[in-house]
Design a protein around this ligand. Structure first.
Ligand code: SAM
Length: 277
């Protein structure tokens, strides 16, 4: 697969701080810096494509010191609570009614307890990881293969001020520890039984619906599914469970998932669950 070129630039009429930050990121991530000048985003993309002779370009934009990743289709990726808010408010509602929050399917399949240590192998926008942090009150280790997505989301989450019923995440986000690495590589060297739950949420495979929240990620993220060896390592590393979130039916595409139980959701997804004996 041809890799995507990421250019670092700033908003129009940037401050000196914006320019400094953009140049620092360009150096740290080894990505080309492009002076914005008066160019519109459209013209900036056009120019970059001509100079670098590629159509696959995304833009890491520094704007008032905040980071935004602009996809080739000009969609914007940055941290936002998105669906996390709806999911969390539902969990709170159940807690208020004295219903065990493990009644929520996500918690049920992960079977989380306070103090559990979770390895989230597909950190993405951190929504699942934050829900894990809420339940376990413990550190969550999140793996993200894409260094630009990792930086944009980590920076955005750090600055994001949760309000109202979500306020608790201002504290919980400190429990999230991001490592920018391919989960396959990480699991190869991780110690036996070093996490309670190892969780995967790869990009859905040919989903028949569009989720606006995930659109920017869909466009630019690597769409790899954990291979047999990675899952064998995940089972070795997990003390209790390995869970994979997929779109319904996607398990049929792989012949090495027989020892995973399929748990169907009411929505268009399902979970594959493997329990350690
Ligand atoms: C569907 S998103 C995960 C969404 C996430 N669970 C959330 O709650 O926001 C999949 C993410 O996994 C990342 N990814 C894909 N392959 C990976 C790999 N081999 N190792 C680590 N991260 C990977 C992608 O870059 C993308 O950010």
């Amino acid at each position: 697969m041809k890799t995507m070129l990421t250019i670092v630039s700033t908003k129009k009429k940037p401050s000196l701080e914006d320019i400094k930050r953009a140049k620092e990121i360009s150096k740290a991530l080894n990505l080309p810096y492009f002076k914005r000048g008066k160019l519109t985003i459209e013209k900036l993309f056009k120019k970059v494509k001509e100079i670098f002779k590629t159509d696959k370009v995304r833009l890491l934009l520094v704007e008032n010191l905040n980071l935004k990743l602009i996809t080739p289709n000009k969609k914007e990726l940055f941290f936002h609570p998105g669906l996390l808010k709806i999911r969390f408010l539902n969990i709170l509602k159940k807690e208020k009614q004295n219903i065990d929050s493990n009644d929520d399917l996500f918690y049920k399949v992960l079977d989380l307890k306070e103090g559990d240590l979770v390895l989230d192998c597909n950190l993405g926008l951190c929504q699942d990881a934050l829900l894990c942090a809420y339940k376990t009150k413990n550190t969550v280790i999140g793996l993200e293969i894409d260094k630009v997505i990792a930086l944009v989301v980590r920076d955005g989450l750090k600055k994001y001020n949760f309000t109202g019923k979500m306020k608790i995440f201002n504290k919980l986000k400190e429990n999230l520890y991001t490592i920018c690495i391919d989960n396959k590589k990480y699991l190869e060297t991780a110690k036996d039984n070093s996490f309670d739950v190892v969780y995967f949420s790869p990009m859905f495979i040919n989903p028949k619906w569009e989720c606006s929240q995930m659109m920017p990620l869909r466009e630019i993220a690597i769409k790899s599914f954990p291979d047999k060896e990675t899952l064998e390592n995940a089972k070795r590393v997990a003390r209790k469970r390995v869970v994979i979130k997929i779109n319904k039916g996607a398990h049929e595409l792989f012949d090495y998932l027989n020892d995973f139980e399929i748990v169907k959701a009411q929505t268009r997804l399902e979970y594959l669950v493997w329990k350690k004996k």
